[in-house]
Design a protein around this ligand. Structure first.
Ligand code: CMC
Length: 431
């Protein structure tokens, strides 16, 4: 970490504490409060981490006011247009874009790890058919530590590499198997002659009776969805992975924890919740009613796919996703699909409404990704598993960065205790 050149002075009663300030490559200055408790005997209070940097990182940067998202310095829009998912994976993991030979090796490595241990098929069969694919994924990814013992030792750099590649390579297979199992169709094995996105589409939509021929436009759109979800700085699921890992937990357990956190509707579950909301609205004439509910402080309803903790101008991922949605809908000839009509009209009316403008609530990535996935033929229950498979590389990159950090400590927040004071136990007959 760089030396601090500035200090903040904090005065509490008669005590004065000097706190170092670090200036990052980009983003606001950060006050280092690590010694605050030792020096002043106080904690800081920030339950939703709205003003707290939990780590230092060189992977991803977001400027929410300007609508900027970069990976290793490259803008997401440029990566989505000129690069592709596996190249972005290499970039996130290694810090630099690969040379042609490095990319070829990396793609071959990932491709050669896409199959899962055959015994895991039986493990899948232990789940109920109607289980949500995210529930299955949390269980199966957690269980990878029981099937791949030889890559769970985090002290061994080689095992860390193997676990990373295994997770990135096997996640599409696991997500597709969770889907196939839920609809009662046989599992489809991966094929090494297909690219990452095409392979996933085929594993989801092919059946033994009829092979699925992947349309290159759909494959490109799928790849873009993966690319746009690859990493997103210290969001809830990434922070969960880092916290789990800080105790020394194995990589499969950490990623399973990330998947569990991602599932919530305020995070990765928003894409499913958004599409379900559009279906509930049903027809454009009902939009004002739902907008009124979203604005009503006494109604817990929120417009799903709108708003973001960090982006207060626009979500740069949503800009690319919207363009991709238009391409896919045109290709599939479903521009007049009623759900899509509702989506377009809702976007228009919400953006014109001062409530949303004043609170800086714009459509986020989940608003458009659900529309594309629905048009491609995925059920809503698969939206969040697709987000999870794409985000795996981000979780892994952050996990690896954390393990290489010489300052690594177990994550252990403190609290503002507001419970009962110390009191004497009361025997049961006296209560
Ligand atoms: N609909 C209506 N009002 C909203 C919405 C919404 N979608 N989002 C925020 N608000 C209001 C909220 O009621 C609050 O109003 P007030 O200041 O009067 O109390 C204000 O805007 C700020 O909201 P907040 O909950 O304090 O903001 P946050 O930063 O804690 O929450 C969020 C961010 C994404 C959880 C929230 O905007 C939300 O619940 N959106 C819907 C769910 C969603 O689309 N999530 C996907 C996020 S993008 C994918 C990802 O990264 O996971």
């Amino acid at each position: 970490m760089a030396e601090s050149t500035k200090h903040a002075t904090l005065t509490i009663g008669d005590k004065t504490v000097e706190l170092p300030i670090f200036t990052p490559t980009a983003g606001p200055d950060v006050i280092d409060i690590r010694k605050l408790y030792a020096q002043a005997g106080v904690f800081t209070y920030d339950p939703g981490f709205t003003s707290t940097a939990s780590c230092d990182s060189t992977i991803t940067f977001i400027d929410g006011d300007e609508g900027i998202l970069t990976h290793r310095g490259y803008a997401i829009g440029e990566l989505a247009e000129k690069s592709h998912y596996l190249e972005v994976c290499y970039l996130l993991l290694n810090g630099e874009l690969p040379s042609p030979a490095e990319l070829e090796d990396f793609e071959a490595l990932v491709t050669n790890h896409t199959m899962i241990h055959e015994q895991m098929h039986n493990f899948f069969r232990g789940f109920r058919r109607d289980a949500h694919p995210m529930a299955t994924m949390v269980g199966v990814v957690g269980a990878m530590s029981a099937f791949y013992h030889d890559s769970t030792d985090i002290a061994d750099p080689w095992q860390r590499e193997v676990a990373s590649i295994r997770l990135i390579a096997k996640m599409p297979t696991i997500a597709a198997m969770a889907y196939k199992y839920s609809i009662g169709q046989p599992f489809v094995y991966p094929r090494n002659d297909l690219d990452y996105a095409s392979n996933f589409l085929r594993m989801c939509f092919s059946v033994p009776a009829e092979d699925y021929v992947v349309d290159p436009i759909l494959s490109r759109a799928m790849d873009r969805i993966f690319t746009l979800h690859a990493d997103h700085e210290q969001n809830a699921s990434t922070s969960t992975v880092r916290l789990a890992s800080s105790s020394g937990a194995n990589p499969f357990a950490c990623i399973a924890a990330g998947i569990a956190c991602l599932w919530g509707p305020a995070h990765g579950g928003a894409n499913q919740a958004c599409l379900e909301m559009l279906k509930e609205i049903g027809t454009p004439d009902r939009i004002p009613e739902f907008i009124a509910r979203a604005k009503d402080k006494n109604d817990p309803f929120r417009l799903m796919g709108f708003g973001h903790r960090v982006y207060k101008n626009f979500d740069p991922r949503a800009t690319v996703m919207k363009q991709s949605a238009d391409e896919v809908l045109e290709l599939l000839g479903v521009e007049n699909n009623p759900i899509l009509q509702v989506a377009k009209e809702l976007e228009k009316q919400a953006l014109e409404d001062p409530y949303f403008a004043d609170k800086k609530l714009f459509p986020n990535v989940d608003f458009y990704s659900g529309i594309i996935l629905e048009a491609m033929g995925f059920p809503t229950s698969m939206f969040t598993p697709i987000f999870a498979l794409a985000r795996t590389v981000g979780w892994i990159s952050q996990w690896k960065e954390q393990l290489n950090d010489p300052q690594l400590k177990i994550g252990r927040p403190r609290q503002l205790y507001q419970g009962a004071d110390l009191r004497a136990y009361v025997d049961i007959e006296k209560r």
